[in-house]
Design a protein. Structure first.
Length: 226
């Protein structure tokens, strides 16, 4: 396990989820170190001073500390699901997700920390992106088109967060195609794999293997078509 890349991760972080999705989809094994964002291990800060997760440290010492780059690193080695076909990494969807949508999502999620507006205001602002997603998914089964792509895998953890702020509201919201799309990701064996719970890593411990079980064809191909 010592020669495996080391992935610093936080289970619920949407950036870390997208990175783990790509690593698992590629069938690559890494050593995972589950961290607490409130109490980051010094090794993470030494590897990447900005100390966000995910951070991948390769056996040669090279560090990748952006989630999209971790996805690209994994999928350019092996891409059995064809996630890099379609719009790949230059997708405008991902830019809007990580920019404007994330901005409003954070305010919607933590509206109490932003008392200048009501929760509904932040939700409405975030919904501009949801409407674009819904429009796209009413014409195509996936954001990338006819098949799931990196764009879909990179975005759904953020839509999951949005849906989780007010689950009852989400169930009645005018985004039926987006709900189906999200449910397909959340119900996929690949998502279950990446949401495996790991104990918090502490300095000096070896870390754990991720994925816990080598990916089988079934795990990897769980998300196919609508
Ligand atoms: N642009 C980075 C953003 C990663 C990020 O912000 N992750 C959050 C957790 S979801 C984080 O580590 N925040 C640092 C902190 O909370 O101290 C990426 O795509 O990897």
């Amino acid at each position: 396990m010592n020669d495996l890349p080391v992935l610093y991760s936080f289970r619920r972080c949407p950036y870390a989820i997208r990175a783990r999705m790509a690593v698992a989809a590629a069938g690559i094994e890494v050593t995972i170190r589950e961290v607490l964002l409130k109490d980051k291990p010094p090794e993470l800060i030494v590897a990447s001073a900005k100390a966000t997760v995910p951070v991948l440290v390769l056996p040669d010492g090279h560090v990748i500390d952006e989630s999209l780059e971790v996805m690209g690193w994994a999928l350019t080695q092996r891409d059995p699901l064809g996630w890099l076909s379609g719009e790949g990494m230059s997708s405008g969807w991902i830019q809007t997700c990580d920019g404007e949508f994330k901005y409003w999502l954070d305010r919607y999620k933590y509206a109490g920390r932003h008392p200048e507006h009501a929760t509904e205001h932040y939700r409405r602002e975030a919904e501009a992106f949801l409407r674009q997603i819904e429009d796209r998914l009413s014409g195509f089964p996936w954001l990338g088109g006819e098949a799931p792509s990196m764009t879909d895998a990179a975005l759904f953890p953020f839509v999951r967060q949005f849906a989780g702020v007010e689950p009852a509201w989400w169930q009645g919201a005018p985004y039926p195609s987006t709900r189906i799309w999200l449910a397909q990701w959340l119900d996929s064996p690949l998502f279950s794999t990446v949401m495996t719970k790991y104990p918090r890593w502490a300095s000096g411990q070896p870390g754990a293997r991720f994925p816990t079980e080598p990916c089988t064809a079934e795990t990897v191909h769980g998300v196919t078509t609508q």
